[in-house]
Design a protein around this ligand. Structure first.
Ligand code: ASP
Ligand code: MG
Length: 462
């Protein structure tokens, strides 16, 4: 069995939905499939905006965007010659709840979830009807109907894995031999029976939850890119697709913004060892990136080089810090209590300074806090290096392989790039270092080249 998710980036118009339905119709006889759909491109953004506009009483603007959503979906129904009664019913629900909010001027996270979850219902109902018209027996399920059970943290709900597994199996296993379930991504239901959403990009998580609950062979996430890449192609022109990544590597890559992934979408897969594959719907010859437990160095010790721009280094100094337990705790608690997110940490063995990397947006606040709350006999001085970039070489093959760091830094220094700060976690899947912002892109290219991550134009299908 395969669980397949069709992302919003490949659901733009009627021809996309037609293409997805044709693909499913061709493949459903080969192997059992559970399909997960995202909302059509941009629809979730529109729905979230509608909630806000309704709450501030902007009725005419609400009506304008609502008509846009209605025309877009009903237009597709017309082009595909579908009745779309269920789609119309979803649209009516949306209109009614928005009017209610407009009059009361009140919105709650629960109502917001009710509204934003409708995008997937609309695309899912259209696809289901189209498949039925093609004589493929398909049936639509909301996330909750398919058995996705979550806590009640509306807007960013966490799936309850045990309950979800039980319910998904109970709902889907009995029907899967006789029909094709089309499941709305992104939504679930709380134990109180209220609709929840899993956070932006949550359809990936829906697919992985279903796949691990149903013990599917693989989970395929169909999108419009070939997979995870060895580097940002805007920086390295000949970056290539990573064929295999471990869960850990994929999580590290997701952190650097590869493919807009949901931050926790792999969690259910790790517990059941379900392989997840990112594939390009427009380039099916390419097998994409397989993310699984295997961290085999079948490719390279370093698999990808990532860049994070717009960061700054804040350094706190003072000889009074030496040998005094609790100093770093003071610094980190202060920043944590003020919701400042630390990206990287380094303290030299002399203990006389601690450097941390923060986003450029937050560093001003961090410095002000340190100056007003900490400076004194222990923390003497605070320094700021504002325009920096983090470069990270990622790959589980680095673990226990000597000489990787030496190669990374030799490559950088060959062009005279200065390294300001270095960090490697003891998991050894990532060497991160900070350079001046203007050196960042060049540093990525140098490391990419050093580890031969280039695409081979003759053999690579991706
Ligand atoms: N439609 C939701 C979003 O745009 C979920 C998803 O597409 O994965 O965030
Ligand atoms: Mg998406």
């Amino acid at each position: 069995m395969l669980v397949m998710k069709f992302g919003g980036s490949i659901l733009k118009d009627s021809s996309d939905i037609l293409e997805v339905s044709e693909y499913l119709a061709e493949n459903v006889n080969e192997e059992r499939i559970v399909a997960v759909v995202s909302a059509m491109k941009g629809v979730t953004d529109d729905l979230l905006m509608l909630g806000g506009l309704a709450a501030s009483g902007k009725e005419s603007k609400v009506m304008e965007i609502l008509s846009k959503i209605r025309d877009r979906h009903l237009g597709i129904c017309e082009e595909l010659e579908l009745n779309c009664d269920n789609v119309k019913e979803e649209l009516r629900k949306l209109e009614r709840v928005l009017l209610g909010i407009t009059y009361t001027g009140e919105i709650t996270p629960r109502l917001m979830d009710f509204i934003s979850s409708l995008g997937e219902n609309l695309s899912g109902e259209i696809l289901t009807e189209l498949l039925n018209k093609k004589k493929i027996k398909a049936r639509f399920f909301t996330g909750g109907e398919a058995g996705i059970i979550t806590d009640d943290f509306h807007g960013e709900a966490n799936p309850l894995l045990m309950a979800t597994k039980t319910y998904v199996r109970k709902k889907l296993l009995p029907i899967i031999d006789s029909m094709l379930p089309i499941v709305a991504g992104f939504s679930g239901v709380s134990q109180e029976g209220k609709i929840t959403t899993l956070g932006r990009g949550g359809s990936d998580l829906t697919a992985v939850l279903l796949g691990s609950s149903l013990e599917s062979r693989e989970v395929w996430l169909w999108t419009d890119v070939d997979g995870l890449l060895t580097a940002d192609p805007k920086i390295v022109r000949d970056a290539r697709v990573i064929k295999q990544a471990s869960y850990q590597e994929a999580i590290e890559l997701a952190h650097f913004g590869a493919k807009n992934m949901h931050p926790r979408f792999l969690e259910p897969a790790i517990t059941t060892n379900t392989p997840v594959r990112i594939r390009n719907f427009y380039n099916k010859r390419c097998q994409g990136t397989l993310i699984s437990r295997r961290s085999v160095i079948e490719e390279n010790v370093v698999k990808a080089v990532e860049l994070m721009r717009n960061v700054s280094i804040l350094t706190v100094k003072g000889t009074g810090m030496i040998g005094r337990p609790g100093t770093s705790a003071k610094l980190f608690s202060l920043l944590g209590e003020n919701m400042l997110n630390i990206l990287m940490i380094s303290q030299s063995i002399s203990e006389s300074d601690i450097s941390i990397v923060l986003s450029k947006k937050e560093v001003g606040k961090a410095r002000a806090l340190v100056e007003t709350k900490l400076l004194g006999p222990i923390f003497r001085e605070v320094l700021l290096d504002r325009n920096c970039a983090v470069v990270a070489a990622i790959g589980s093959g680095m673990r226990g392989t000597p000489g990787v760091a030496a190669r990374v830094f030799r490559a950088i220094s060959s062009k005279g790039i200065n390294v300001k700060m270095i960090s490697q976690g003891s998991s050894e899947t990532n060497i991160s270092f900070v350079v001046a912002d203007e050196d960042g892109e060049e540093a990525v290219r140098l490391v990419h080249k050093e580890f031969n991550l280039r695409r081979n134009q003759h053999t690579d299908k991706c």
